[in-house]
Design a protein around this ligand. Structure first.
Ligand code: 3PG
Ligand code: MG
Length: 412
């Protein structure tokens, strides 16, 4: 039995559904064109199901953050959705004013509209309970015009924000098909991963990774941790390696002595479980050159793991039954430094292990390598995925659980 409602629990025919999605997309900095529509594509099962069941679908979404360059309205998102569904999608430049309410009232069965960027609302990003959010003008103005709230925004599930949870206090609520799939698949992995379970971390950030690794090992979600990218550099530095001035500076931008101390403690405790690279690729005369850890320090940035590390990691990965990839192994955007990521990710795709990938850059690397069909589950989450893997409760999921079996009278 599910702990929350899904679309299966409702007769959708003729109902007005507020559908909260995560259409927070990467945009081109100059033209503002949408660079990747994965997050829209992944919500299509829900949108198509609502359409096929004659619901009226009112989409709520955010883009960027107030003050950020990519904080724009959702007209482009509506166009992209229209293209992907082949159905008319109307962008309404209002969220809860008269214009929005009239549009909703005049909708016919099967209509799809998308309201404006909910982060234009001053208090949207306040962190509050569903009940508190439900008292806002936003929720109070909109909810009487809807029958059901559906949340399919897994990538924002770690935010206790107004449009993400407020409706669950006042409307019958359900998880959308993407949310359901993400929760189901990831729960299986954290509660009962097939062993051995190996997590690989990479990418260009490391401070959040420290506590994630600790929890994963503590809770025995992961049996082994492989490190590449900046997380590997941070661990190597803590272990006493001198990486050279450029690499040390990159680490100092993000980390302080306290964090390096935490890493040392972690390494002491889990020395047998955490694996670090033993060689690296640097740039010399615009070519790739590999150096071993004995050849450190270098006055060049470490841009990729080297062949010895790749082989060592493959050897460890070959017995895995569950593999989680979080972050590319190097600067895969540059052709000469894609090698580590390419070899490891391709190898993972070829094993029989259940493989999971998440986070924007990791998914981008999987796409660039054409490996989408080889990975068992590609999560839309970044921050939400990380929190979920650590065993933290996510406000959106908690709100959906709390709303199960509530307010159902309203629609029967
Ligand atoms: C994301 O892309 O991380 C989600 O859409 C949440 O956005 P936020 O990190 O700006 O809250
Ligand atoms: Mg984020």
């Amino acid at each position: 039995m599910r702990e929350y409602n899904t679309l299966d629990d409702f007769d959708l025919n003729g109902k007005t559904v507020f559908l909260r999605v995560d259409f927070n997309l990467p945009l081109d900095k100059e033209t503002f064109e949408v660079l990747d529509t994965t997050r829209i594509e992944r919500v299509l099962p829900t949108i198509n199901e609502l359409f096929e069941n004659n619901a009226k679908t009112v989409i709520l979404a955010h883009q960027g953050r107030k003050g950020s360059w990519d904080f724009i309205n959702l007209e482009k998102h509506a166009k992209a959705l229209e293209k992907l569904t082949g159905k008319k999608v109307k962008f309404v430049e209002d969220i809860y004013g008269e214009k929005a309410k009239n549009e909703i009232k005049n909708m016919k069965n099967g209509d799809i509209i998308i309201l404006d960027n909910v982060r234009k609302i001053e208090y949207e990003t306040d962190k509050k309970t569903a009940e508190e959010h439900a008292k806002t003008e936003f929720i109070r103005n909109l909810y009487p015009h809807g029958d059901i709230f559906v949340n399919d925004a897994f990538a924002a599930a770690h935010r206790a924000q107004c449009s993400l949870i407020g409706f669950t206090a006042v409307l019958p609520s359900a998880a959308g098909r993407l949310m359901e799939k993400e929760i189901f698949t990831l729960t299986k992995i954290i509660k009962n991963p097939e062993k051995p379970s190996i997590f690989l971390f990479g990418g260009a950030k490391f401070s959040d990774v420290i506590v994630t690794i600790e929890r994963l090992l503590e809770q025995k979600t992961a049996d082994k941790i492989l490190l590449t990218g900046l997380p590997a550099n941070a661990f190597l530095k803590s272990e006493g390696y001198d990486l050279g001035i450029k690499n040390e500076e990159a680490l100092k931008k993000e980390g302080d002595e306290e964090q390096f101390k935490e890493i040392r403690n972690l390494m002491k405790k889990y020395n047998d479980e955490i694996y670090l690279p033993i060689d690296f690729a640097i740039k010399e005369n615009n070519n790739r050159k590999e150096i071993t850890s004995d050849e450190l320090p270098t006055n060049q940035p470490l841009f990729d793991i080297g062949s010895k590390s790749t082989n060592k990691f493959k050897e460890i990965l070959k017995d895995a039954k569950t593999i989680f990839l979080s972050g590319p192994c190097g600067v895969f955007e540059e052709d000469i430094f894609i090698k580590g990521t390419k070899e490891i990710f391709t190898f993972v795709g070829e094993t029989d292990a259940f493989s999971i990938v998440g986070g924007g850059h990791t998914v981008a690397a999987v796409k660039k390598l054409g490996l989408e069909s080889k990975i068992s589950h590609i999560s839309t989450g970044g921050g939400s995925l990380e929190k979920f893997m650590m065993g933290e409760k996510l406000p959106v999921i908690e709100a959906l659980k709390k709303a199960k079996d509530k307010h159902l009278k309203k629609i029967v």
